[in-house]
Design a protein around this ligand. Structure first.
Ligand SMILES: [Zn+2]
Length: 114
């Protein structure tokens, strides 16, 4: 079962959503593992974005700032849902699967309350 896609009227892109340009180049690697829009596969390896290498680099890039990583990834989830609903409306994955793919994989932890 695929997810219901938003109506075209509700899909106005927001300028406040960050560009899909991370992980940034560098970290000793020549291949960019950024997403190819609107199909959301990795530019470097062709796997669904964020691929394993993109996740590894994002964790390095956002080390010590998981809140910013979560905000960035939620923005990418928003963009991906918009794109995938437009390009492949009959095969958009379930919302939970998309959330896990884009956001839920990162090791978010609350600060120790003690
Ligand atoms: Zn990749």
């Amino acid at each position: 079962m695929s997810m219901p896609c938003p109506t075209p009227q509700s899909r106005e892109p927001s300028r406040r959503i960050p560009a899909a340009d991370r992980p940034l180049a560098g970290f000793g690697a020549a291949t960019a593992h950024t997403p190819v829009q609107p199909i959301w596969v990795c530019r470097g390896c062709g796997h669904p974005w964020p691929c394993g290498e993109a996740r590894r680099r994002l964790l390095i890039e956002y080390e010590g700032n998981m809140v910013s990583l979560a905000v960035y990834l939620c923005g990418m989830l928003y963009r991906a849902v918009d794109d995938l609903c437009r390009v492949t409306p009959d095969t958009v994955p379930e919302p939970g699967r998309l959330w896990e793919r884009f956001v839920g994989w990162a090791p978010y932890r609350r600060p120790d309350a003690s």
